[in-house]
Design a protein around this ligand. Structure first.
Ligand code: UDP
Length: 327
C-alpha cells in the first residue's frame, strides 16, 4: 500500500514509518517538524507540511496515490493541554478533521489513529478493558476521544475502515539505536531517569510514594514503541470498508516508578539518585491495559513484555544520541 504517515518524524510515527517500509509498503512522512525531527525520517521521504493546510494534504494524497493514512501527528503534553486547550483543540481536533476532509476529497478511506488510554480518565478498575467508560480528565484526552467518535461516524456514514489504538505508555527505542525518543521538553519517566544515569540531571523525582499501590509509587503499562508500530501495521492490513477497531495497546503488565528506576540502575550500572515529591495532579495511581482484545482482533502480540529489555533499548539510543537527533 501507499501510506501517508502524519507525524512520521515523531517518536511513534518514525518507528511505524520505518517498519511499514520494511514490510514492503511505500511510505511518506507528513510532518510540520514542530516536534518532529528531520533525522527520524528516511532520506527523500519527508513531506513538510501542516495538517491544517488541507490543500497540501489533498495534493499529497493524490500525487502519491495514497491508500491509507496512519495518523500520529498531535500535541501530547497533558499539562499544557490544561493551560492552553485552544492549542490542543485546534491541532488535535481541527487538524485531524481537516485531514479527514482531505481524505474524503481524495477518496482515501483507511486510517489508523493514535488514541490513548487518557480517554478513559480515572479507570473504574484495573486492568482497563475497552468497555470501560471513556471520561477523560484533561483536554488532551478529550481531543483524542472526539476523533474516536468522528471516526466511528465516518465509518458508518461513508464506509471508512479505521483503527483507534489506545496506547498506554510508549517507551524504548529501535533495536539498532537509530530511532528513539527526543522530546523537548522531556517529561517522560524513562528518558528522564536515563538522563540522570548519563549525569545530565542530578536526580529523578518520584511523584508520590504513598499511593495505593504495592510499593506506593504509580503503576503504568510500558509498551515498546516497535510493538506499537507492529500493532499499527497489523491493524492497517486488516482494514476493510466499515471495519472498526478500538483497541488498547499495552502489555497487560504494570510496572511501578520504583521498579522502572531499579531497572534503569541495573541496565546502566549507575546509582541514579531519586527524590520523592508529592504526586502529580491528575495522575491515576495505576493504569494497566487489559491487552486481550488487540491480540484477538489484530492478531498482534507485543514482543517486549518486561521493563528490562525496554529500558535496554532506550539506553542504547540515549548513549548513541546524547543530544537526540540534534547530535
Ligand atoms: N513520573 C515520575 N517522575 C517523573 C516523571 C514521571 O515519578 O519525573 C511518574 C508519573 O507520575 C507516572 C509515570 O512516572 O506515574 C509515567 O509518567 P510519564 O510522564 O512517563 O507518562 P504518563 O503516565 O504521565 O503518560
Amino acid at each position: 500500500m501507499n501510506v501517508l504517515v502524519s507525524g512520521g518524524a515523531g517518536y511513534v510515527g518514525s518507528h511505524a514509518a520505518r517498519m511499514l517500509s520494511r514490510a514492503g509498503h511505500e511510505v511518506w512522512a507528513y510532518d510540520n517538524l514542530v516536534f518532529g525531527h528531520r533525522g527520524a525520517v528516511a532520506p527523500g521521504r519527508l513531506i513538510e507540511g501542516d495538517l491544517l493546510d488541507r490543500g497540501k494534504v489533498v495534493a499529497t494524497l493524490r500525487e502519491k496515490q495514497i491508500d491509507a493514512v496512519m495518523h500520529f501527528a498531535a500535541f501530547a503534553y497533558v499539562g499544557e493541554s490544561v493551560t492552553d486547550p485552544a492549542k490542543y483543540y485546534r491541532n488535535n481536533v481541527v487538524g485531524t478533521l481537516s485531514l479527514m476532509d482531505a481524505m474524503r476529497e481524495a477518496g482515501v478511506w483507511r486510517i489508523v489513529f493514535s488514541s490513548t488510554c487518557a480517554t478513559y480518565g480515572e479507570p473504574r478498575s484495573v486492568p482497563i478493558g475497552e468497555d470501560q467508560p471513556q471520561n477523560p480528565i484533561n483536554p488532551y484526552g478529550y481531543t483524542k476521544l472526539v476523533i474516536e467518535r468522528a471516526l466511528a461516524d465516518f465509518a458508518r456514514a461513508y464506509g471508512w475502515g479505521y483503527a483507534a489504538l489506545r496506547y498506554f505508555n510508549a517507551a524504548g527505542a529501535s533495536a539498532d539505536g537509530d530511532l528513539g525518543e527526543d522530546h523537548d521538553p522531556e517529561t517522560h519517566l524513562i528518558p528522564l531517569v536515563l538522563q540522570v544515569a548519563q549525569g545530565r540531571r542530578e536526580h529523578i523525582t518520584i511523584f508520590g510514594d504513598r499511593l495505593p499501590t504495592p510499593d506506593g509509587t504509580c503503576i503504568r503499562d510500558y509498551i515498546h514503541v516497535d510493538d506499537l508500530a507492529s500493532a499499527h501495521i497489523s491493524a492497517l492490513e486488516k482494514l476493510r470498508p466499515g471495519t472498526e477497531f478500538r483497541c488498547n495497546l499495552g502489555t497487560g503488565r504494570g510496572t511501578s516508578v520504583k521498579e522502572v528506576i531499579e531497572a534503569c540502575r541495573e541496565v546502566t550500572g549507575h546509582a541514579i539518585p531519586a527524590v520523592v515529591a508529592p504526586p502529580r495532579e491528575g495522575d491515576p495511581p495505576a493504569l494497566v491495559a487489559d491487552a486481550g482484545l488487540a491480540r484477538r482482533e489484530l492478531g498482534w502480540t507485543p514482543r517486549f513484555t518486561s521493563i528490562g529489555p525496554i529500558v535496554e533499548s532506550a539506553w542504547k539510543w540515549h548513549q548513541s544520541h546524547p543530544d537526540g537527533y540534534g547530535a
